[in-house]
Write a protein that binds this ligand. Structure first.
Ligand SMILES: Cc1cc2nc3c(=O)[nH]c(=O)nc-3n(C[C@H](O)[C@H](O)[C@H](O)COP(=O)(O)OP(=O)(O)OC[C@H]3O[C@@H](n4cnc5c(N)ncnc54)[C@H](O)[C@@H]3O)c2cc1C
Length: 471
Protein backbone atom coordinates (compact mmCIF):
# COMPACT_ATOMS: atom_id res chain seq x y z
CA UNK A 1 0.00 0.00 0.00
CA UNK A 2 1.20 3.50 -0.81
CA UNK A 3 1.95 5.67 2.21
CA UNK A 4 -0.06 8.82 2.83
CA UNK A 5 1.85 12.04 3.40
CA UNK A 6 0.76 15.60 4.16
CA UNK A 7 2.07 18.61 2.30
CA UNK A 8 1.48 21.69 4.38
CA UNK A 9 1.37 24.74 2.09
CA UNK A 10 2.36 28.03 3.71
CA UNK A 11 4.21 30.86 1.92
CA UNK A 12 4.82 28.60 -1.10
CA UNK A 13 1.50 28.55 -2.92
CA UNK A 14 2.82 26.92 -6.10
CA UNK A 15 3.55 23.55 -7.63
CA UNK A 16 6.73 24.40 -9.57
CA UNK A 17 10.07 24.64 -7.80
CA UNK A 18 8.56 23.53 -4.54
CA UNK A 19 11.11 21.36 -2.69
CA UNK A 20 8.72 20.21 0.04
CA UNK A 21 6.12 19.20 -2.53
CA UNK A 22 8.75 17.24 -4.48
CA UNK A 23 9.84 15.46 -1.29
CA UNK A 24 6.24 14.66 -0.38
CA UNK A 25 5.43 13.41 -3.90
CA UNK A 26 8.36 11.04 -3.75
CA UNK A 27 7.36 9.72 -0.36
CA UNK A 28 3.73 8.80 -1.04
CA UNK A 29 0.29 9.95 -2.03
CA UNK A 30 -0.20 13.51 -0.95
CA UNK A 31 -2.86 15.34 1.04
CA UNK A 32 -2.30 19.05 0.33
CA UNK A 33 -3.41 21.28 3.19
CA UNK A 34 -3.41 24.94 4.13
CA UNK A 35 -4.03 26.17 7.69
CA UNK A 36 -5.09 29.74 8.37
CA UNK A 37 -3.52 30.28 11.77
CA UNK A 38 -4.22 33.90 12.64
CA UNK A 39 -3.95 33.61 16.42
CA UNK A 40 -0.43 32.22 16.40
CA UNK A 41 0.64 35.21 14.30
CA UNK A 42 -0.18 37.53 17.24
CA UNK A 43 0.59 41.10 16.21
CA UNK A 44 1.58 39.89 12.76
CA UNK A 45 -1.72 38.64 11.44
CA UNK A 46 -1.71 39.46 7.74
CA UNK A 47 -3.31 42.81 6.99
CA UNK A 48 -6.54 43.29 5.06
CA UNK A 49 -4.91 43.63 1.62
CA UNK A 50 -2.70 40.62 2.18
CA UNK A 51 -5.65 38.45 3.27
CA UNK A 52 -7.51 39.50 0.17
CA UNK A 53 -4.58 38.34 -1.97
CA UNK A 54 -4.41 35.10 -0.02
CA UNK A 55 -8.05 34.32 -0.84
CA UNK A 56 -7.35 34.52 -4.57
CA UNK A 57 -4.05 32.71 -4.28
CA UNK A 58 -5.61 29.76 -2.45
CA UNK A 59 -8.34 29.62 -5.06
CA UNK A 60 -5.74 29.43 -7.83
CA UNK A 61 -3.75 26.77 -5.97
CA UNK A 62 -6.88 24.71 -5.39
CA UNK A 63 -7.64 24.87 -9.12
CA UNK A 64 -4.14 23.57 -9.93
CA UNK A 65 -4.68 20.78 -7.40
CA UNK A 66 -7.90 19.71 -9.10
CA UNK A 67 -9.97 20.90 -6.18
CA UNK A 68 -8.08 18.75 -3.67
CA UNK A 69 -6.57 21.48 -1.47
CA UNK A 70 -7.91 21.05 2.04
CA UNK A 71 -8.38 24.19 4.09
CA UNK A 72 -8.35 24.52 7.85
CA UNK A 73 -8.67 27.39 10.28
CA UNK A 74 -7.13 27.50 13.76
CA UNK A 75 -4.02 26.63 15.69
CA UNK A 76 -1.65 24.78 13.32
CA UNK A 77 0.17 23.32 16.33
CA UNK A 78 -3.02 21.35 17.08
CA UNK A 79 -4.36 20.88 13.56
CA UNK A 80 -1.26 19.47 11.82
CA UNK A 81 -0.55 16.64 14.32
CA UNK A 82 -4.29 15.91 14.46
CA UNK A 83 -4.48 15.61 10.67
CA UNK A 84 -1.46 13.33 10.60
CA UNK A 85 -3.18 11.12 13.17
CA UNK A 86 -6.61 11.11 11.52
CA UNK A 87 -5.28 10.36 8.05
CA UNK A 88 -2.53 7.95 9.16
CA UNK A 89 0.11 10.08 7.49
CA UNK A 90 3.66 8.76 7.78
CA UNK A 91 5.22 12.07 6.98
CA UNK A 92 4.46 15.83 6.97
CA UNK A 93 6.38 18.13 4.64
CA UNK A 94 6.65 21.92 4.50
CA UNK A 95 8.90 24.70 3.30
CA UNK A 96 10.50 26.81 5.99
CA UNK A 97 9.27 30.27 7.02
CA UNK A 98 11.41 32.75 8.91
CA UNK A 99 9.04 34.92 10.93
CA UNK A 100 10.00 34.49 14.61
CA UNK A 101 6.48 33.37 15.59
CA UNK A 102 6.49 30.73 12.88
CA UNK A 103 9.95 29.42 13.75
CA UNK A 104 8.89 28.83 17.35
CA UNK A 105 5.57 27.23 16.37
CA UNK A 106 7.06 25.01 13.67
CA UNK A 107 9.75 23.70 16.01
CA UNK A 108 7.07 22.63 18.45
CA UNK A 109 5.05 20.96 15.68
CA UNK A 110 8.10 19.10 14.45
CA UNK A 111 8.80 17.78 17.94
CA UNK A 112 5.15 16.75 18.40
CA UNK A 113 5.05 14.87 15.12
CA UNK A 114 8.30 13.10 15.84
CA UNK A 115 7.06 12.10 19.28
CA UNK A 116 4.05 10.55 17.56
CA UNK A 117 6.34 8.62 15.22
CA UNK A 118 5.52 10.78 12.19
CA UNK A 119 8.36 12.02 10.03
CA UNK A 120 8.49 15.86 9.85
CA UNK A 121 10.54 17.28 7.05
CA UNK A 122 11.21 20.91 6.12
CA UNK A 123 12.94 22.41 3.08
CA UNK A 124 14.04 25.77 1.81
CA UNK A 125 11.44 26.96 -0.68
CA UNK A 126 11.55 30.73 -0.29
CA UNK A 127 15.11 31.96 0.00
CA UNK A 128 18.14 31.79 -2.29
CA UNK A 129 20.42 31.31 0.70
CA UNK A 130 19.49 30.25 4.20
CA UNK A 131 20.16 33.03 6.74
CA UNK A 132 22.57 30.78 8.64
CA UNK A 133 24.58 30.08 5.48
CA UNK A 134 25.65 33.67 4.86
CA UNK A 135 27.73 34.84 7.80
CA UNK A 136 30.86 36.93 8.28
CA UNK A 137 34.20 35.17 8.77
CA UNK A 138 33.78 35.52 12.53
CA UNK A 139 30.37 33.80 12.38
CA UNK A 140 28.37 36.98 13.06
CA UNK A 141 25.57 38.02 10.73
CA UNK A 142 26.21 40.83 8.26
CA UNK A 143 24.69 44.21 9.11
CA UNK A 144 25.67 45.94 5.88
CA UNK A 145 24.17 44.98 2.52
CA UNK A 146 27.13 45.22 0.12
CA UNK A 147 29.44 42.81 1.96
CA UNK A 148 26.44 40.58 2.72
CA UNK A 149 25.79 40.27 -0.99
CA UNK A 150 29.28 40.40 -2.46
CA UNK A 151 31.33 38.60 0.17
CA UNK A 152 28.55 36.47 1.57
CA UNK A 153 25.95 35.48 -1.03
CA UNK A 154 27.99 35.60 -4.21
CA UNK A 155 30.86 33.72 -2.60
CA UNK A 156 28.54 31.02 -1.24
CA UNK A 157 27.23 28.10 -3.27
CA UNK A 158 25.02 29.17 -6.20
CA UNK A 159 21.30 29.13 -5.40
CA UNK A 160 19.49 25.85 -6.01
CA UNK A 161 18.29 25.48 -9.63
CA UNK A 162 14.49 25.49 -9.94
CA UNK A 163 12.79 22.09 -9.68
CA UNK A 164 10.16 20.83 -12.09
CA UNK A 165 6.59 20.23 -10.99
CA UNK A 166 6.53 16.74 -9.52
CA UNK A 167 4.25 13.95 -10.69
CA UNK A 168 1.74 14.07 -7.90
CA UNK A 169 -0.52 11.33 -6.67
CA UNK A 170 -3.19 13.01 -4.60
CA UNK A 171 -4.56 10.91 -1.76
CA UNK A 172 -8.26 10.06 -1.59
CA UNK A 173 -9.34 11.14 1.87
CA UNK A 174 -12.50 10.86 3.87
CA UNK A 175 -14.06 13.90 5.42
CA UNK A 176 -12.17 14.58 8.65
CA UNK A 177 -14.82 16.93 10.01
CA UNK A 178 -12.28 19.72 10.33
CA UNK A 179 -11.90 21.12 6.81
CA UNK A 180 -13.62 24.38 5.86
CA UNK A 181 -14.40 26.04 2.54
CA UNK A 182 -12.49 28.97 1.12
CA UNK A 183 -15.38 31.29 1.89
CA UNK A 184 -15.48 30.01 5.46
CA UNK A 185 -11.89 31.18 5.89
CA UNK A 186 -13.35 34.69 5.68
CA UNK A 187 -10.40 36.32 3.99
CA UNK A 188 -12.24 38.92 1.96
CA UNK A 189 -12.87 42.25 3.64
CA UNK A 190 -16.55 42.45 2.71
CA UNK A 191 -16.10 45.96 1.36
CA UNK A 192 -15.87 47.18 -2.23
CA UNK A 193 -12.33 48.38 -1.48
CA UNK A 194 -10.87 44.86 -1.73
CA UNK A 195 -12.64 44.04 -4.95
CA UNK A 196 -11.53 47.27 -6.62
CA UNK A 197 -7.95 46.72 -5.42
CA UNK A 198 -7.79 43.20 -6.81
CA UNK A 199 -8.79 44.44 -10.25
CA UNK A 200 -5.20 45.63 -10.54
CA UNK A 201 -3.84 42.10 -10.16
CA UNK A 202 -3.84 38.59 -11.54
CA UNK A 203 -3.12 36.20 -8.71
CA UNK A 204 -1.64 32.70 -8.51
CA UNK A 205 1.22 30.68 -9.86
CA UNK A 206 0.29 31.02 -13.51
CA UNK A 207 -0.14 34.77 -13.17
CA UNK A 208 3.23 35.02 -11.41
CA UNK A 209 4.97 33.12 -14.19
CA UNK A 210 3.30 35.38 -16.75
CA UNK A 211 4.38 38.47 -14.80
CA UNK A 212 7.97 37.27 -14.85
CA UNK A 213 7.77 36.60 -18.56
CA UNK A 214 6.33 40.05 -19.25
CA UNK A 215 9.06 41.62 -17.16
CA UNK A 216 11.77 39.78 -19.07
CA UNK A 217 10.27 41.01 -22.30
CA UNK A 218 9.35 44.58 -21.44
CA UNK A 219 10.88 45.66 -18.13
CA UNK A 220 14.33 44.23 -17.63
CA UNK A 221 16.00 46.22 -20.38
CA UNK A 222 16.66 49.57 -18.74
CA UNK A 223 15.75 48.26 -15.25
CA UNK A 224 18.80 49.81 -13.54
CA UNK A 225 17.78 53.36 -14.18
CA UNK A 226 14.11 52.81 -15.06
CA UNK A 227 13.33 51.23 -11.69
CA UNK A 228 13.55 54.70 -10.14
CA UNK A 229 10.73 56.16 -12.21
CA UNK A 230 7.26 55.31 -10.93
CA UNK A 231 5.53 55.94 -14.24
CA UNK A 232 7.72 53.49 -16.16
CA UNK A 233 7.09 49.77 -16.57
CA UNK A 234 10.60 48.75 -15.56
CA UNK A 235 9.84 47.09 -12.24
CA UNK A 236 8.64 43.50 -12.07
CA UNK A 237 5.74 43.83 -9.57
CA UNK A 238 6.63 40.33 -8.47
CA UNK A 239 6.67 41.23 -4.76
CA UNK A 240 3.23 39.88 -3.75
CA UNK A 241 3.84 36.74 -5.82
CA UNK A 242 7.18 36.25 -4.08
CA UNK A 243 5.66 36.94 -0.69
CA UNK A 244 3.07 34.21 -1.08
CA UNK A 245 5.54 31.99 -2.88
CA UNK A 246 3.51 31.77 -6.08
CA UNK A 247 6.89 31.94 -7.70
CA UNK A 248 10.23 31.16 -6.07
CA UNK A 249 13.15 33.60 -5.95
CA UNK A 250 15.19 30.82 -7.57
CA UNK A 251 12.92 30.85 -10.63
CA UNK A 252 13.21 34.63 -10.88
CA UNK A 253 16.97 34.55 -10.25
CA UNK A 254 17.72 32.01 -12.97
CA UNK A 255 15.22 33.40 -15.49
CA UNK A 256 16.85 36.80 -15.21
CA UNK A 257 20.47 35.67 -15.04
CA UNK A 258 19.97 33.31 -18.01
CA UNK A 259 18.40 36.08 -20.05
CA UNK A 260 21.72 37.87 -20.62
CA UNK A 261 24.35 39.93 -18.88
CA UNK A 262 24.89 43.52 -17.94
CA UNK A 263 23.97 46.20 -15.45
CA UNK A 264 20.21 45.64 -15.65
CA UNK A 265 20.55 41.94 -14.88
CA UNK A 266 23.04 42.57 -12.08
CA UNK A 267 20.86 45.23 -10.57
CA UNK A 268 17.75 43.06 -10.57
CA UNK A 269 19.63 40.17 -8.94
CA UNK A 270 20.92 42.52 -6.28
CA UNK A 271 17.34 43.62 -5.53
CA UNK A 272 16.42 39.99 -4.98
CA UNK A 273 19.39 39.90 -2.64
CA UNK A 274 17.96 42.86 -0.68
CA UNK A 275 15.06 40.56 0.07
CA UNK A 276 17.54 37.95 1.29
CA UNK A 277 19.24 40.61 3.41
CA UNK A 278 15.93 41.55 5.06
CA UNK A 279 15.30 37.89 5.87
CA UNK A 280 18.78 37.50 7.27
CA UNK A 281 18.21 40.55 9.50
CA UNK A 282 14.86 39.22 10.69
CA UNK A 283 16.32 35.81 11.41
CA UNK A 284 19.33 37.07 13.33
CA UNK A 285 17.58 40.07 14.94
CA UNK A 286 14.06 38.76 15.57
CA UNK A 287 13.03 42.03 17.21
CA UNK A 288 13.52 43.87 13.90
CA UNK A 289 9.77 44.59 13.51
CA UNK A 290 9.52 46.32 16.89
CA UNK A 291 12.92 47.50 18.03
CA UNK A 292 15.39 49.98 16.52
CA UNK A 293 18.48 48.14 15.39
CA UNK A 294 20.47 51.20 16.42
CA UNK A 295 19.78 51.69 20.09
CA UNK A 296 20.57 55.38 20.02
CA UNK A 297 17.16 55.87 18.41
CA UNK A 298 15.37 54.43 21.42
CA UNK A 299 14.89 57.86 22.97
CA UNK A 300 14.25 59.70 19.73
CA UNK A 301 11.67 62.45 20.38
CA UNK A 302 8.95 61.17 18.03
CA UNK A 303 5.87 63.31 17.72
CA UNK A 304 2.32 62.08 18.22
CA UNK A 305 -0.22 63.72 15.94
CA UNK A 306 -3.28 61.71 14.97
CA UNK A 307 -4.51 64.36 12.53
CA UNK A 308 -1.29 64.42 10.54
CA UNK A 309 -1.03 60.65 10.57
CA UNK A 310 -4.54 60.43 9.19
CA UNK A 311 -3.73 62.94 6.44
CA UNK A 312 -0.67 60.88 5.48
CA UNK A 313 -2.64 57.63 5.40
CA UNK A 314 -5.40 59.15 3.30
CA UNK A 315 -3.08 60.86 0.80
CA UNK A 316 -4.25 64.31 1.94
CA UNK A 317 -0.96 65.89 3.04
CA UNK A 318 -0.99 68.58 0.37
CA UNK A 319 2.40 67.33 -0.88
CA UNK A 320 1.51 65.87 -4.28
CA UNK A 321 4.05 63.06 -4.73
CA UNK A 322 3.38 61.85 -1.17
CA UNK A 323 -0.37 61.89 -1.76
CA UNK A 324 0.05 60.11 -5.09
CA UNK A 325 1.97 57.27 -3.42
CA UNK A 326 -0.43 56.91 -0.50
CA UNK A 327 -3.42 56.80 -2.85
CA UNK A 328 -1.70 54.29 -5.12
CA UNK A 329 -1.21 52.15 -2.02
CA UNK A 330 -4.84 52.41 -0.94
CA UNK A 331 -6.27 51.76 -4.37
CA UNK A 332 -3.92 49.04 -5.64
CA UNK A 333 -2.24 47.52 -2.56
CA UNK A 334 1.13 48.41 -4.06
CA UNK A 335 3.41 51.43 -4.15
CA UNK A 336 6.45 51.92 -6.32
CA UNK A 337 9.72 51.56 -4.37
CA UNK A 338 10.96 55.10 -5.07
CA UNK A 339 7.70 56.51 -3.76
CA UNK A 340 7.76 54.19 -0.72
CA UNK A 341 11.05 55.85 0.20
CA UNK A 342 9.61 59.33 -0.34
CA UNK A 343 6.42 58.81 1.70
CA UNK A 344 8.47 57.04 4.38
CA UNK A 345 10.93 59.88 4.68
CA UNK A 346 8.06 62.37 4.81
CA UNK A 347 6.39 60.47 7.67
CA UNK A 348 9.44 59.95 9.87
CA UNK A 349 11.32 63.14 9.10
CA UNK A 350 8.96 65.92 8.02
CA UNK A 351 6.13 64.73 10.27
CA UNK A 352 8.44 63.24 12.90
CA UNK A 353 6.02 60.33 13.39
CA UNK A 354 7.33 56.94 14.49
CA UNK A 355 8.41 54.57 11.72
CA UNK A 356 6.22 51.90 13.31
CA UNK A 357 3.14 53.96 12.38
CA UNK A 358 4.24 53.74 8.77
CA UNK A 359 5.09 50.09 9.07
CA UNK A 360 1.65 49.33 10.52
CA UNK A 361 -0.23 51.15 7.76
CA UNK A 362 1.84 49.46 5.07
CA UNK A 363 1.26 46.14 6.80
CA UNK A 364 -2.49 46.58 6.48
CA UNK A 365 -2.57 48.03 2.97
CA UNK A 366 0.18 46.30 0.96
CA UNK A 367 -0.59 43.15 -0.98
CA UNK A 368 3.14 42.40 -0.67
CA UNK A 369 3.27 43.15 3.10
CA UNK A 370 6.16 41.06 4.31
CA UNK A 371 7.48 41.08 7.87
CA UNK A 372 11.14 40.96 6.84
CA UNK A 373 11.03 43.43 3.96
CA UNK A 374 8.61 45.84 5.57
CA UNK A 375 10.42 46.07 8.91
CA UNK A 376 13.89 46.24 7.40
CA UNK A 377 12.80 48.87 4.88
CA UNK A 378 11.09 51.06 7.46
CA UNK A 379 14.17 50.91 9.68
CA UNK A 380 16.24 51.80 6.62
CA UNK A 381 14.04 54.79 5.82
CA UNK A 382 14.03 55.97 9.45
CA UNK A 383 17.81 55.72 9.66
CA UNK A 384 17.72 53.39 12.67
CA UNK A 385 18.32 50.17 10.73
CA UNK A 386 21.41 48.10 10.25
CA UNK A 387 22.49 49.51 6.90
CA UNK A 388 20.28 52.56 6.88
CA UNK A 389 20.11 55.77 4.93
CA UNK A 390 21.65 58.27 7.37
CA UNK A 391 18.98 60.11 9.30
CA UNK A 392 20.20 63.49 8.07
CA UNK A 393 19.47 62.51 4.46
CA UNK A 394 15.94 63.89 4.20
CA UNK A 395 14.20 63.38 0.86
CA UNK A 396 12.85 66.59 -0.60
CA UNK A 397 9.49 65.47 -2.03
CA UNK A 398 9.36 68.38 -4.47
CA UNK A 399 12.76 67.57 -5.99
CA UNK A 400 11.99 63.83 -5.91
CA UNK A 401 8.83 64.46 -7.90
CA UNK A 402 10.55 66.73 -10.40
CA UNK A 403 13.42 64.28 -10.87
CA UNK A 404 11.59 60.96 -11.00
CA UNK A 405 8.16 61.97 -12.30
CA UNK A 406 9.27 64.85 -14.49
CA UNK A 407 6.24 64.74 -16.77
CA UNK A 408 3.98 64.28 -13.78
CA UNK A 409 2.18 61.28 -15.23
CA UNK A 410 2.33 59.26 -12.03
CA UNK A 411 1.30 62.16 -9.79
CA UNK A 412 -1.53 63.32 -12.04
CA UNK A 413 -2.87 59.78 -12.25
CA UNK A 414 -3.29 59.46 -8.51
CA UNK A 415 -3.97 63.11 -7.69
CA UNK A 416 -6.39 64.07 -10.45
CA UNK A 417 -7.28 67.32 -8.65
CA UNK A 418 -3.94 68.61 -9.98
CA UNK A 419 -4.22 67.22 -13.50
CA UNK A 420 -4.22 70.67 -15.10
CA UNK A 421 -1.30 72.06 -13.12
CA UNK A 422 1.73 72.75 -15.31
CA UNK A 423 4.77 70.51 -14.68
CA UNK A 424 6.67 73.40 -13.15
CA UNK A 425 4.29 73.76 -10.20
CA UNK A 426 2.84 70.27 -9.99
CA UNK A 427 4.99 69.18 -7.07
CA UNK A 428 4.77 72.44 -5.10
CA UNK A 429 1.39 73.97 -5.89
CA UNK A 430 1.54 76.09 -2.71
CA UNK A 431 4.31 78.13 -4.34
CA UNK A 432 2.48 78.59 -7.64
CA UNK A 433 1.35 82.09 -8.61
CA UNK A 434 -2.36 82.72 -8.11
CA UNK A 435 -3.11 82.95 -11.82
CA UNK A 436 -1.47 79.53 -12.46
CA UNK A 437 -3.62 77.95 -9.77
CA UNK A 438 -6.71 79.63 -11.08
CA UNK A 439 -6.07 78.52 -14.64
CA UNK A 440 -5.58 74.92 -13.44
CA UNK A 441 -8.80 75.13 -11.44
CA UNK A 442 -6.98 74.44 -8.18
CA UNK A 443 -8.09 76.11 -4.98
CA UNK A 444 -5.71 75.05 -2.23
CA UNK A 445 -7.46 74.20 1.00
CA UNK A 446 -10.58 73.37 -0.96
CA UNK A 447 -10.42 70.51 -3.49
CA UNK A 448 -6.76 69.86 -2.66
CA UNK A 449 -5.21 70.60 0.76
CA UNK A 450 -2.58 73.13 1.72
CA UNK A 451 0.59 71.27 2.81
CA UNK A 452 0.25 70.02 6.39
CA UNK A 453 3.86 70.97 7.15
CA UNK A 454 6.38 73.45 5.90
CA UNK A 455 9.00 71.28 4.20
CA UNK A 456 11.99 73.42 5.07
CA UNK A 457 11.03 74.09 8.69
CA UNK A 458 10.11 70.45 9.33
CA UNK A 459 13.39 69.26 7.83
CA UNK A 460 15.29 71.51 10.26
CA UNK A 461 13.18 70.30 13.17
CA UNK A 462 14.01 66.69 12.22
CA UNK A 463 17.73 67.40 12.05
CA UNK A 464 17.55 69.11 15.42
CA UNK A 465 15.75 66.08 16.91
CA UNK A 466 18.36 63.80 15.43
CA UNK A 467 21.19 65.81 16.98
CA UNK A 468 19.67 65.21 20.41
CA UNK A 469 19.87 61.45 19.96
CA UNK A 470 23.50 61.27 18.99
CA UNK A 471 25.01 59.28 21.72
C1 LIG B 1 9.10 51.81 3.53
C2 LIG B 1 9.22 50.58 2.66
C3 LIG B 1 8.45 49.46 2.94
C4 LIG B 1 8.57 48.29 2.15
N1 LIG B 1 7.78 47.20 2.46
C5 LIG B 1 7.89 46.08 1.71
C6 LIG B 1 7.09 44.94 1.98
O1 LIG B 1 6.29 44.89 2.93
N2 LIG B 1 7.22 43.85 1.16
C7 LIG B 1 8.11 43.82 0.12
O2 LIG B 1 8.19 42.82 -0.58
N3 LIG B 1 8.91 44.87 -0.12
C8 LIG B 1 8.83 46.01 0.61
N4 LIG B 1 9.63 47.08 0.33
C9 LIG B 1 10.71 46.94 -0.67
C10 LIG B 1 10.36 47.33 -2.10
O3 LIG B 1 9.74 48.58 -2.14
C11 LIG B 1 9.45 46.32 -2.80
O4 LIG B 1 9.97 45.02 -2.65
C12 LIG B 1 9.34 46.62 -4.29
O5 LIG B 1 8.86 47.93 -4.50
C13 LIG B 1 8.41 45.61 -4.93
O6 LIG B 1 8.16 45.95 -6.26
P1 LIG B 1 8.68 45.05 -7.44
O7 LIG B 1 8.36 43.62 -7.19
O8 LIG B 1 8.15 45.67 -8.69
O9 LIG B 1 10.25 45.27 -7.33
P2 LIG B 1 11.43 44.97 -8.33
O10 LIG B 1 12.21 46.22 -8.47
O11 LIG B 1 10.94 44.35 -9.58
O12 LIG B 1 12.33 43.95 -7.49
C14 LIG B 1 12.19 42.53 -7.58
C15 LIG B 1 12.06 41.94 -6.19
O13 LIG B 1 13.21 42.22 -5.41
C16 LIG B 1 12.84 42.45 -4.05
N5 LIG B 1 13.15 43.84 -3.69
C17 LIG B 1 13.23 44.90 -4.50
N6 LIG B 1 13.57 46.01 -3.79
C18 LIG B 1 13.71 45.61 -2.52
C19 LIG B 1 14.05 46.28 -1.32
N7 LIG B 1 14.36 47.57 -1.27
N8 LIG B 1 14.10 45.56 -0.18
C20 LIG B 1 13.83 44.23 -0.18
N9 LIG B 1 13.50 43.54 -1.29
C21 LIG B 1 13.43 44.23 -2.44
C22 LIG B 1 11.33 42.25 -3.98
O14 LIG B 1 11.08 40.91 -3.59
C23 LIG B 1 10.89 42.51 -5.40
O15 LIG B 1 9.69 41.88 -5.74
C24 LIG B 1 9.50 48.27 1.09
C25 LIG B 1 10.27 49.40 0.82
C26 LIG B 1 10.13 50.55 1.58
C27 LIG B 1 10.98 51.75 1.26
Amino acid sequence: MVDTVILWFRQDLRLADNPALCAAAERGSVIPVYVLDLDSAGDWKPGAASLCWLHHSLKALNDSLRNKLRLYRGDAAKIIPELARKHNAVSVHWNRCYEPWRIARDKAIKADLQDAGVNASSDNGSLLWEPWEVLKDDGDPYRVFTPFYKKGCLAAAAPRKPLDRPDLTLAQVDDDGMAVTLDELGLLPGRDWGEAMMEHWDVGEEAAEQRLEDFLEDGLKGYKSGRNFPDRDNVSRLSPHLHYGEISPNTAWYAVSNSGEGADVDNFLSELAWREFSYSLLYHFPELPVKNLQEKFDDFPWDKDAKRLRAWRRGQTGVPIVDAGMRELWQTGYMHNRVRMVVGSFLVKNLLLHWREGEAWFWDCLVDADLANNSASWQWVAGCGADAAPYFRVFNPVLQGQKFDGKGEYTRRWVPELKDMPDKWLFNPWEAPADVLEKAGVKLGDAYPEPIVDLKGSRERALEAFKQTKG
